[in-house]
Design a protein around this ligand. Sequence first.
Ligand code: GLA
Ligand code: ZN
Length: 690
Amino acid sequence: MAQRYAPVSDKISGFMHGADYNPDQWQHDPRVLEEDIRLMKLAGCNVMAVGIFAWAAIEPEEGEFRFEWLDRVLERFAANGIYAWLATPSGARPAWMSERYPEVLRVNEQRVRNLHGHRHNHCYSSPVYREKVAIMNGKLAERYAHHPAVVGWHISNEYGGECHCDYCQQAFREWLKARYGSLEALNAAWWTSFWAHTYTSWTQVESPSPRGENMVHGQNLDWRRFVTDRTAEFCRHEIAAVRPYNPDLPVTTNLMDWFEGLDYRKFADLVDVVSWDAYPKWHGRRDDSAEAAWFAFNHDLFRSLKDKPFLLMESTPSLTNWQPVSKLKKPGMHKLSSLQAVAHGSDSVQYFQWRKSRGSSEKLHGAVVDHVGHEHTRVFGDVAELGETLRRLAAVAGTGVNARAAILTDWDNRWAVKDSQGPRNAGVHYEETVMEHYRALWSLGIQVDIIGSEEDRDLSRYDLIAAPMMYLCRASAGERLERFVESGGTLVATYWSGIVDEYDRCHLGGFPGPLRRTLGIWSEEIDGLYDEERNALVPVEGNALGLTETYASRDLCELVHLEGAEALATYRDDFYAGRPALTVNALGAGRAYYLATRADTALLDRLYARLAGDLSLPRALETDLPQGVTAHVRTDGETDYVFVENYSGEARTVKLDGRAYRDGETGAAVAGDELALERNGVRVLVRSAR
Ligand code: GLA
Ligand code: ZN
């Protein structure tokens, strides 16, 4: 596992550093390209993502293709050592296409067809759109697939959304037929005998709509799965149009942070490298830890998709123009934010955008090159400095991350648990709960993979798996987790797990269904708490975790019976006071913990610190990190690169752990046993991995 991964492209060694670039907006002034190239070199940039929204510039009229401008851009790049992620422009269509072929436009869930405009406003099923995309991608590939400046394909841009047109309804029915084989099987899976919803012909089945059916949970769930499959299939269609021209050219598509609309695990096999777009809202509060933990989780998620380094395809060099309040990055934050991605496995730092557009909706979005036009800006300085940092850290590119802990979260579980209607329609706080578990590990500086239950991934490489609120739990997932525990793993599960199967039908015979034996409990009931209501967990005397404090709990309280597990803490209040609230079950060589209620994060911190110690989970630094500081390691098995990151909003001092360190940027030995971190400071330390 500790190894060096091949670079994404042989053409670039070390990190990719660059931005989305739209020379198509500046064709009227050829001096801009020349000036941009001068500035790119000055900023230490070696790669640009080109052509993302350039359809109208490439095909201004149907069948009339203009490549001269793109030829020139790529030629000038090649002559200057700058490379391009060449985009397929399917993220937005030219107006002529929508006008001539209205079927390319999306139909919303109200069954109303959209007008032309925005972007991503197209149907993934429309035969015309598919044909036009195949022609466009094929022409681009025919011309540029062997171009010396091109390092890979940037397929479309941030796929997302859904279409409810007749083509998509038909495709949904075909998808269901393939999945269920018969209407009987579909009716059984969706439990349609409820409210007389039984379907007697395939033509009766439609996508969910607020004007029609949206209360059949199994149907809602299958629609979301279908949307993922349809979108992935569209992506495959795009890739199939470029691949044959140069099968060695890597392919990626840029993803979004823990995007709810698509199960990204279905995209992992389509692309050669995972890339994603990160837009933290820094400086929201004095302490940026919560924001940092969310983005750390995402970096870990995207690394885990292919279990290898990924690319940070977009980030802003300064501010966005779409967050509620557009904050500038304070001094230090550009480097900290960029190196955070690197610490978790990114082999690139790329931005949206290179040059601010002059008009339209993103004219005020941050960019490397401002409207003022020259390099004498604070932001350009930050970017150029980062270019230099990345050059000095080049050896880090291609190294991996060794995680022995994992957080388990499935997209279909996330969809189902939020669609469940009860026990807390005021919010079950699924994502927040997952983050609370993740953050406890993050604060300790423990490396974490983010995995799903269906992966072929071998669970035995983990010592600890946390699976918060695994409401939708397939029998197969339950079996895998049971084997994981039996063979020595530690599982942390919580309330509202093992409730439904993959069709969103409740498990019969006692919750948590497929996890019941593993956890050694039966969960009989679950109580919803009002927002302001609290219960608490009181430690059982002499409990195996050594808990001594009482911890508050909220949202949901399950009433469980012990079936082999032992109670570590019990409820303090209500008619279930004294009943188990935290349990552990010994099974085979492992242990399975169960939190029956949403405990205060202080308990999670305590629990994971204790488990990390018991399991000897390696921490990036074997030291107690101050609040708001964390550390992460990349390694090739020989050399460790330790990133020490300060999100506390204040200067901090970190005690080192006695090992010998060099500074990753200067190579100088780190003297003393303390590391001073400025506000928003980050240091990269190098040590021998052995
Ligand atoms: C997304 C898009 C970009 C741009 C940025 C702005 O990530 O992919 O085209 O709109 O947001 O932050
Ligand atoms: Zn459609």
